[in-house]
Design a protein around this ligand. Sequence first.
Ligand SMILES: *Cc1c(COP(=O)(O)O)cnc(C)c1O
Length: 515
Amino acid sequence: MADKFVGTPIKATTHVNQNEDLIFEKSSSGKKGYRLAQLDVPAIDAASLLGAAVRTDDLGAMPELSEIEIIRHFTRLSTWNYAIDLGMYPLGSCTMKYNPRINEAVARLEGLAEAHPYQPESLSQGALGIMKLLSDCLIEITGMDTITLQPAAGAHGEFTGILLARAYHQSLGNPRTKVLIPDSAHGTNPATAAVCGYQVANLKSNAQGMVDLAELERMVDGDVAALMLTNPSTIGVFESDIHKIADILHAKGALLYMDGANMNALCGKTRPGDFGADVMHLNLHKTFSTPHGGGGPGSGPVACKKILEPFLPTPVVKTNPDGSLGLDYNRPQSVGRVRAWYGNFGMFIRALAYILANGPDGLRQTTEDAVLNANYIRAKLEGTFDLPYKSPSLHEVVFSDKLQAKNGVKTGDMGKRLIDYGFHAYTVSFPLVVNGAMMIEPTESESREELDLLIDALKQIAREAEENPELVQNAPHSTRLQRLDETTAARKPILRWKAPVASTQLTPDSAAKEW
Ligand SMILES: *Cc1c(COP(=O)(O)O)cnc(C)c1O
């Protein structure tokens, strides 16, 4: 099979359309993409309607195109993109699973899609029912006591969860100043702790990539508010001493925050609430199949134990004495709102559809399949790539570029070469505890046939790294643009098009300065 790949990756093609002007450059004055019926009421000019709110400053050049030109422009651009509906996205830690179409169908039901957030509670019983049922399911899955659905992403959930921990410690009259974070943590964890006003204390992992209990014991004191722990960790390894970790923290009055972004490895098998976590977030856009990565807004509900309930964001869904549902705004100890309205409601519908379609046994099966897929990849690629941690893998596996780096080929080069084989790259250079990390998370969505294609592609890339390192170092070759200047893109991003000002043409440098 692998021999077929020599020279010509079988899955790769070049883009349908190699060049496309900016929509502004395609504009010609007077064109319109719409037709209006003739006015049959008296015309009112904008100034008399809007008064001082009318904008009279120069809005710059707006593109003028016909409908078909607009449709073709954006359709062509969309063919340059890689998407979960085109192929596998083995991005570790991101859980890029398939977004089932039934979720979309349910979310588009008129009564749900068109519901207005100001609709009276009596007319919103269906929407409130969805929030209540989703909350109950997630509480059952996590083993927690209560939940807020408000946060709009995982990192936003972390922020909310740490605010709860902070409010809890403040309510006890002992605000505490430190949050412990293992060196293998997702970058959002230390950022969250810092944004919530805590000092971050770095906790070293042991040789198996797990929390070092003796080190934890030494570091936890009366000034530690919480430990933020991802379990399974970002190297896909379950913290087998999680009970002891929780006990060490609780003995000193500190809380265990669990980053639950990796629930894909636990769902239906074990519950954080049972193994000692006090507060955690979930990523509906990872574990529960709602779109992400440019496909839609996220959702990061935060589940917690009873002791944190008084501090949950306002409002929370409540059951009235007559059995109807409502929203409770009267919560004097609440940390306040963390988002407008009630959260990303469309995502609640999709996640609930996924949970109900699978049922408890189906969710357990997805977990087992996700773990099986990661271990299949591990077994097939061990030897081809260095495996720095030998502890059993759960839903993802982390290799390193150690063997290929001898020929000057790095993880980033191989990730880019994978594009030529028709795949999205794996996660490159993360987690930071692994030098030259290649982090792969297949999820349960992928078939064995697709996994075999990825495995063959990676083996072939490893052979290329040996025989023709430059081919890999200069990848990708099949894309419209080749290697981009990533440093300049990160340091001087140009995020907005501006009409060239008279004779002074905008260069990337001048645009960056203006921005
Ligand atoms: C994805 C992820 C996050 C952040 O979630 P966002 O929705 O991207 O903000 C946090 N922690 C871990 C371990 C993750 O994988």
